[in-house]
Design a binder for this molecule. Structure first.
Ligand code: DQA
Length: 142
């Protein structure tokens, strides 16, 4: 199965960004975790990160055209971007919405997601280990 792990704004700053909230793993560590987990599970995993909304929309179109599964941490776009939602709504494969932090324990503006009702499932609060959990679930899908 082809899996695109797509990370949105500020996630390239993992490791130095609010480590009390997001932990000490860097984005490179996250890439290594996803790549090695994908190899173990027999998944074809590619990880990307962007701070640009249009680039993310383009990657979601690409995932749609590939029929790929997507693990999407849309960062702050989660809470307001109808453009990202509309692109994600076109996906033909499973969509896992992922958050490193437990957004429901945080500020109220993080409690609403424009993605959750179109996602196959949502993971939040398991740190970067959530990416491994998402890939393990995807590997079990037919
Ligand atoms: C996040 C949570 C969002 O509220 C925030 O804007 C992020 C990261 C998370 O992974 O916990 O950038 O998606």
């Amino acid at each position: 199965m082809r899996v695109l792990v797509l990370n949105g704004p500020n996630l390239g700053r993992l490791g130095t960004r609010e480590p009390d909230v997001y932990g000490s793993a860097t984005h490179d560590d996250l890439v290594a975790l996803c790549t090695s987990t994908g190899e173990q599970l027999g998944l074809d995993v590619e990880v990307r990160q962007t701070d640009h909304e249009g680039e993310m929309v383009g990657w979601l179109h690409e995932a749609t055209d590939l029929g790929a599964a997507v693990v999407l941490n849309a960062g702050a776009w989660t809470h307001y971007s109808i453009a990202v939602r509309d692109a994600a709504a076109q996906l033909r494969g499973p969509l896992v919405e992922l958050h490193i932090s437990n957004v429901h324990r945080r500020e109220s503006f993080r409690h609403h997601s424009v993605l959750s009702d179109i996602a196959t499932g949502v993971l939040a609060g398991f740190g970067v280990d959530g990416y491994r959990l998402a890939l393990e679930w995807l590997a079990k899908q037919p």
